[in-house]
Design a protein around this ligand. Structure first.
Ligand code: NA7
Length: 542
């Protein structure tokens, strides 16, 4: 397809104005680059712009889930809750965009359609759905790990006459479910967060569950002013210690390294109970081998199953809600009254594992030959995670190679940051980086700083393009695979593996080990970027 003439020439185009894009634009402007951001949504905030469903909340504590690039910002901003809810995180993103004067650099309601590397000019051409054609030296994809909503192709979906919603594409003005018969499909983090709220409003709520998920109470509460004062007195030290943690948060969280299997039954129960009370991800810190050994994991899983049986009054419903698999293998959910919701008279659980959703009708949906009458359906069916937001754009690198073809058998990257064959294209928190396995705000800042430094190095060397070397990429992909194979992660059908999207290659995408990754980036930076190859101006010797 022919390319129209460029409408704007830039040094850098950043795609996406979520927390990653905002930070990237800020850092590149400070380097003196002409930089612009484009954003599909009507505002900044990325995932926190779209996921407006009631109950949406972060599962990382607000004291950690925030930027550290500005001491003034982290001192001034005051979170109200231990785990911030979506409106507060969105307000934070807005505040950052205003405070650092980023709005004038961001073009909203603009989606990127295609991008093509021009090897002769060593520049990218990028076309948007608004008719812009950007001619840019660097193209930074800050498109998010969980931003391509996944709605399964249920037969007859279009015949349904009621309202439908996806948690990840929630209407801006909210939805009133009062007096309605509502169905929810999906019991991942989004389903588990939204279900207690829907149950309070709807006349009847039917939850369609394919796989029961493990959830631990979040134990959200207002922030503790003494704790905030303590952290803010030495925030830099808190951040430094957080970066040494496995998931870049909670440096003061109790974390034990001993084995479940070495503990007595009483000690196990006591420790699990203590960590159940701490809530959320902290549950997995009860012992050192919960996500490493299947036998150890069984004890943790059995403890949670015991809690579910104690909370849910109807034994058959409790049994259906008890997950069979490995705890922590799919992302552990953090809830506020999820299991308790099934004790309400207006809530029903339907198992769609044995009898999948067959089809939609005008008035509901059919499972196992039974029609469930519904006014509204909420899809809490997740995302085409990590690669979806990149692959829905037609990206072509050297020799017209498409990213979709390059990644046909699974994503290939060097450090989750660059792809061989795609010079000057950067993937923030891309597959092959810790991304979704660590605090994502720390992850995007780390990548933004690294990309800034890589570009500064390129400019200092008087080069015009940088690319991941093919061998560096191959070795890194091997490292990522070896890392995940040492854990229990690849053993269940999670979105980390792409297992939730029919036809997607089954590859464990994130890198397990945030602190090692940080050390690796530091070493690479100090060693003048081994694995990355520079190219000089066309016509000049390299
Ligand atoms: P998830 O965790 O991918 O959950 C999606 C849910 O939807 C999950 O329970 C799926 O069941 C279910 N699902 C998907 N397709 C179907 C079909 N065809 N039929 C029935 N049920 C289906 O997405 P979330 O939005 O909850 O969370 C994603 C991340 O966002 C989360 O981990 C946090 O990091 C934030 P399955 O388990 O595949 O059987």
């Amino acid at each position: 397809m022919k390319w129209p003439a460029p409408t704007q020439r830039l040094d850098a185009l950043v795609v996406g104005a979520g927390l990653g894009g905002l930070c990237m634009i800020h850092l590149l402007r400070a380097e003196g680059l002409s930089v612009k951001g484009v954003e599909r949504a009507g505002g900044v905030g990325g995932t926190w712009y779209w996921n407006r469903y009631p109950g949406c909340r972060c599962d990382v504590e607000s004291i950690d889930y925030s930027y550290q690039f500005s001491e003034e910002l982290q001192q001034d901003w005051a979170w109200t809750e231990r785990y911030a809810a979506q409106p507060e995180i969105l307000a934070y993103a807005e505040h950052v965009a205003t405070r650092f004067a980023l709005h004038p650099l961001i073009q909203l309601e603009t989606g990127v359609r295609r991008a093509r590397w021009d090897d002769e000019r060593q520049r990218w051409l990028v076309e948007t759905d608004r008719g812009d054609v950007f001619d840019t030296r660097f193209l930074i994809m800050a498109t998010g790990c969980l931003s391509a909503a996944n709605t399964p192709a249920f037969p007859g979906r279009d015949e349904f006459a009621g309202r439908t919603f996806h948690t990840g594409l929630w209407p801006q003005d909210g939805v009133d479910f009062t007096g309605r018969r509502v169905g929810v499909i999906g019991t991942g983090s989004s389903g588990i967060q939204v279900i207690p709220f829907l149950a309070q409003q709807a006349a009847e709520l039917t939850v369609f569950q394919r796989t029961a998920n493990f959830s631990v109470p979040a134990r959200n509460r207002p922030v503790d002013p003494d704790e905030v004062a303590r952290v803010k007195a030495s925030y830099a030290d808190h951040r430094r210690r957080a970066r040494q943690q496995p998931a870049a948060f909670g440096p003061d969280h109790p974390r034990h390294s001993d084995s479940v299997l070495a503990a007595t039954p009483e000690e196990r129960r006591r420790r699990f109970e203590e960590h159940w009370q701490l809530g959320g991800f902290m549950f997995l810190g009860a012992f050192g081998d919960i996500v490493l050994s299947e036998e150890a994991n069984w004890h943790a899983a059995e403890f949670v199953r015991g809690k579910i049986r104690a909370i849910v009054a109807d034994p058959a419903t409790a049994e259906l809600l008890c997950p069979k698999g490995i705890i922590g293998c799919k992302r552990l959910c953090a809830d506020s009254g999820y299991y308790e919701t099934f004790n309400r008279d207006n809530v029903r659980l339907v198992d769609v594992s044995a009898h999948p959703i067959e089809r939609f009708t005008a008035t509901g949906l059919v499972t196992g030959g039974t029609e469930h009458a519904l006014d509204d359906v909420v899809f809490a069916t997740g995302f085409d995670a990590m690669t979806g937001s990149l692959l829905r754009i037609d990206i072509r690198g050297r020799d017209d190679l498409s990213l979709a073809d390059k990644w046909a058998a699974g994503p290939l990257t060097y450090l989750g940051l660059m792809v061989s064959g795609f010079p000057n294209l950067f993937t923030m928190t891309g597959p092959g980086s810790p991304s979704v396995l660590a605090n994502l705000v720390t992850g995007v800042e780390q990548h933004a700083e690294f990309i800034r430094d890589l570009i500064a190095w390129l400019r200092a060397e008087d080069a015009v393009a940088v690319e991941a070397g093919i061998e560096a990429e191959r070795d890194w992909v091997h490292t990522v695979n070896v890392r995940s194979e040492r854990t229990l992660y690849p053993r269940c059908n999670s979105w980390y593996l792409g297992a939730n999207v029919p036809g997607k290659p089954r590859v464990f995408m994130p890198y397990v080990g945030f602190p090692d990754y940080t050390a690796k980036l530091d070493t690479i930076r100090l060693g003048r970027f081994p694995g990355f190859e520079l190219r000089c101006q066309p016509g000049r010797a390299t």
